[in-house]
Write a protein that binds this ligand. Sequence first.
Ligand SMILES: [Zn+2]
Length: 339
Amino acid sequence: MSIQKLSSVLAATYENFPKGRFITLVVLRTTHSETIFRTEGSGEPMCSEFVQAGVNNDNIIQRLVMTKRKQIAPERRYGREHLRAHELLYTNIKDGSLCSLNTNSPCEMCVDCFLYGFAAGGGGAQKSRIWTEDAFSILPATDVVGDRTINAIYENGTMRDEKGNASTALNTSEYIKPGVHFLDVVTLKDVTSDELRYIIGNILFTSRYGAVSSRVGRMENQILGIFGSITELPSSLELVQATYDVLGKPLEHPLNTNQLITASKQVITNWQNKRGVSVHLSEAEIADLIADVETHWSEAERDNFLKCLSQSYEPFRQVAAEKKKAKGKGKNTPVEVES
Ligand SMILES: [Zn+2]
């Protein structure tokens, strides 16, 4: 199985100390509906940056940005929904509350805490082993952002009230059009095979991103490449720029997804000769690995898979619990450790 091909860059078990094993996922994220990525509230423009168009093409263009927070937050929440459903979230020792995101009381014991990290107020901290960065749109922001004016509709379903007065515009709001492509590089550090399956599941099965995601923000993620190496590979920006150079001109929205995938794959094929890359999965091996992930996440195997993954942290949980207990009681109390 292709997950074994990655064994030289996978950790056999979870360890507290890093050992320089990197797995890089190249992800294509495509909007399937209107999508909104803003840093501030409504009325703010979409997140964007001025950058060089290509590696060779030195025109400056404004690209849309999908920040790391906009990627990771919904993907973590997806995984946590299942941890909750299988009763694998733990209670925080200090205040007795169940593990939750963006609070000062992570449980420090669940799969999500061990993998995506936490910084507890006054307590311990765990570095995230999933490194993300801003993803950039291929095309300039001006080509892929639309404006929508939202009008008040009266009870009678029209924009005129009973007296015939016209409705006033409530506001104008920017959105990212459907069919917009973002290229993204996700770096995983010192993960085990089950952790890799968990992370890939979170990426592939998360389907909503950005603001107002109950109505808009539908997005599809595809994995175009998987590498094992001893360091980080080129950034999302370098990938988007190199792909831009390869794509035929003129470019306009909507881009043909297949042409884009071919161009991106052409770029990442060159990565196998640089920056300490030791493993590069072929297309068939990626498909095989994704099938493996889907099997582990399937109805039949999910419970067992998530419980095994959770169980793998058990020795490290016991150590933490023992320390806290000893501290609380002011003396060392022996604690049974499961082996
Ligand atoms: Zn937790």
